[in-house]
Design a protein around this ligand. Structure first.
Ligand SMILES: [Zn+2]
Length: 242
């Protein structure tokens, strides 16, 4: 078997990324599609993500190190995800972002395709206080297949995200960022749940009372403080260590 380049990331980060992939598959935020990445903790100009493979099946051996332009290191001939440019261009424009999840999470799709804004309806979705912009790929490329398949499209997506925590992609899915793998996983899971709850609330007598900006900010900080608890639970389940 051909040797692949050794990752410069720590073992802890590698384990978190494998767990993160499986946790997101377990929660059906990812299916055969979608991916998670982390900025490399030893080489911040690079990032780590799986080769093109269903997230539930990802192991440490599937992880690849990608450079700032989202290209594999010399000698690594494995097939990367087409949409790795989403991750690379966000890391380039947002130096404090340490992990990114891109999914085709079903409940968010209506919010990317209509005028209704996705807003924080409960405390687990409080990080959405930042606003949830919608990336319209047609503005960048009229003739497209909806995939962020090169750097210019990745740049345009990163521009749409701006300083927010989540960006929806019209007719496609969403991308969330976090200060580490656990936070990005948490946000991907609760963006999906928030969307589902917001849709349910529209069936009831309105108007819907969303979190205020101040509640959103405060609750985002509180959730950061208790992140270890769900992370330990999810990771234990995903890695089968019960
Ligand atoms: Zn996609």
């Amino acid at each position: 078997m051909k040797k692949t380049p050794k990752l410069s990331a720590s073992r802890a980060l590698v384990e978190d990324l494998v767990a993160g992939s499986r946790i997101l598959a377990m929660h059906e935020v990812l299916d055969a599609y979608g991916h998670i990445s982390a900025r490399c903790d030893k080489r911040p100009d690079r990032f780590i993500m799986s080769r093109s493979r269903a997230p539930a099946l990802v192991t440490a051996a599937d992880l690849m190190e990608l450079d700032a332009d989202s290209e594999p290191l010399p000698g690594d001939k494995r097939k990367g995800f087409i949409e790795r440019y989403i991750h690379g261009e966000i890391y380039r424009t947002r130096p404090h972002v340490m992990a990114v999840v891109h999914s085709h999470s079903p409940s968010v799709i209506p919010f990317g395709a209509t005028r209704t804004k996705l807003r924080p309806i409960y405390h687990m979705g409080s990080f959405l206080w930042s606003g949830v912009p919608v990336f319209e790929i047609r503005k960048k490329r009229e003739n497209n297949d909806l995939l962020v398949r090169d750097r210019p499209l990745g740049q345009a997506l990163a521009e749409s995200l701006g300083g927010c925590n989540c960006v929806l992609m019209r007719g496609h899915g969403m991308t969330v960022v976090g200060d580490g793998v656990p936070e990005a996983v948490f946000r991907a899971i609760y963006t999906e749940m928030n969307a589902r709850l917001q849709l349910q609330a529209t069936l009831l007598e309105g108007p819907i009372e969303f979190l205020s900006e101040e509640e959103g900010k405060r609750s985002t900080v509180s959730n950061r403080g208790t992140l270890e608890r769900p992370w330990e639970l999810w990771k234990t389940k995903a890695l089968g260590r019960k």
